[in-house]
Write a protein that binds this ligand. Structure first.
Ligand code: SF4
Ligand code: SF4
Length: 433
């Protein structure tokens, strides 16, 4: 089945002006940071070796834990202070997870987490190994270890750097690239080497001429790196759509099947900082925005900073009942309270006024099917969920849903179709287990 049956041409009002031109604000946790013991599918003490003792002093860059088996991912401290043990807290993936507690001393003293590496004089394999030991994970949402993509680049012809940021409200990547184009380009050059390719395309929405100009100005003598403007439609930032737009190819499972490795712009910057400074991912730029937060802004916070403290620093909520979303309004996850923390993959906190449920009956207009980028019939999946018909959920391909939120956005009856499809995915996944 084609994954691109929908009309795919939706420009969604971005509301990016709420934050894109404001200076980034730096914050520290007030008392404690809670570093999630989560990396891809690995979670909790069963999956990680803890490398520090309770009561031990740690600094920014101290290695706290590493996965026991499977994909290797180390976790470094984002703050200086004292390690206090492990607690369970709600995580942005909507599951309670174990977190390492660091009582902060507010000094942010640091140790060299690892030695920098001159990538120009290192082999491709040494660079990939370096990224593995630096604990670099994708910062675009999934938090998947980056080195895995570069393990066997056979058949890969190019790297696409995704600086599209198509969801409304989110401007964290925009700010990161605007403020640090040099590291973006160094990161792009390192990715080019690790993928063993001649071309890197930095994909930016054509509605951002300022960002396009900024990156072009900084390309200097780097060979094979170019800016590729892409249309400002949703969900252009989804990697399947990006590969289709830039390379005119489709694939089933991984972009490598279409000859591409796709990386996020902030991940490229993080890679550059690891190679040039020996710096692990210890802080994140997070867009705090929406129509129910007092002072929308981008904040830079250590990984493990409680969202409740970030909300307080942004002036708090402006409505009595709000919908708090970890991520953007289309693909993010609604969370019941602000007790979760910023993880390495968190790029936004969206706060929307919670409007009364005004959904009416399905009009059978077919718009959700027309606009689904995965070529699904979301309304049919919704009906299967309502009838608890597992076979029908599977037959309708619910597992292919990328949770882009388009079906809910487009529905004239205000039905949260996406939530039904998500439920179908959960039911199918549980059945498979
Ligand atoms: S969220 Fe809806 S529109 Fe988006 S892929 Fe899933 S079913 Fe299709
Ligand atoms: S868009 Fe909404 S009203 Fe139209 S078919 Fe889909 S669920 Fe029904």
């Amino acid at each position: 089945m084609s994954l691109f049956l929908g009309s795919m041409s939706h420009h969604i009002p971005g509301r990016k002006e709420l934050t894109d031109s404001k200076a980034v604000v730096r914050l520290l946790p007030k008392k404690e940071a809670y570093i999630p013991l989560v990396a891809g599918r690995a979670a909790g003490q069963n999956s990680f070796n803890i490398l520090v003792e309770e009561g031990e002093a740690v600094q920014v860059g101290t290695k706290l834990a590493e996965t026991k088996s499977g994909m290797y991912v180390p976790i470094y401290s984002s703050v200086s202070g004292t390690y206090k043990g492990i607690v369970k807290r709600m995580h942005s993936t909507l599951r309670p997870q174990e977190h390492m507690v660091i009582e902060c001393d507010g000094k942010q003293t640091s140790v060299q987490a690892f030695e920098p590496l001159d990538y120009k004089h290192a082999t491709r394999e040494e660079c990939v190994d370096f990224v593995k030991n630096a604990g670099i994970v994708g910062l675009g949402g999934a938090g998947f270890p980056t080195y895995v993509k570069y393990g066997k680049p056979d058949g890969v012809e190019c790297v696409l750097i995704n600086a599209v940021e198509c969801e409304p409200y989110i401007t964290a990547d925009y700010r990161n690239v605007m403020d640090d184009p040099t590291d973006l380009i160094i990161g792009a050059d390192i990715m080019k080497k690790m993928a063993d390719v001649q071309h890197v395309y930095i994909c930016i929405k054509e509605s951002h001429p300022d960002l396009i100009a900024k990156v072009k100005e900084n390309l200097g003598g780097y060979q094979g790196i170019e800016v590729r403007p892409v249309p400002d439609v949703y969900p252009m930032g989804w990697e399947r759509v990006l590969v289709r737009e830039v390379l005119h190819r489709e694939y089933n499972n991984l972009p490598a099947e279409a000859g591409a490795i796709v990386g996020n712009a902030s991940s490229a910057i993080a890679i550059a900082k690891a190679f040039t400074k020996g710096e692990p991912i210890h802080e994140k730029t997070v867009t705090v925005s929406g129509n129910a937060v007092k002072n929308p802004q981008n904040v830079v916070v250590p990984v493990g900073t409680p969202v409740s403290e970030i909300m307080e620093a942004c002036g708090g909520y402006t409505a009595e009942t709000v919908r708090l979303i970890a991520g953007g309004p289309m693909m993010g996850r609604t969370i019941v309270n602000d007790l979760f923390v910023v993880d390495r993959a968190t790029n936004a906190i969206t706060v929307l006024e919670d409007v009364a449920d005004d959904a009416i009956a399905c009009l059978r207009c077919g718009r959700c099917s027309d606009h689904c980028p995965s070529g699904l019939q979301p309304v049919r999946i919704k009906e299967a969920v309502q009838k608890n018909d597992l076979d029908e959920m599977i037959k309708r391909g619910a597992s292919s849903c990328i949770e882009c939120g388009m079906c809910t956005y487009i529905c004239p009856s205000h039905i949260d179709v996406t939530e039904h499809v998500r439920k179908a995915k959960r039911v199918i996944a549980m059945k498979k287990k």
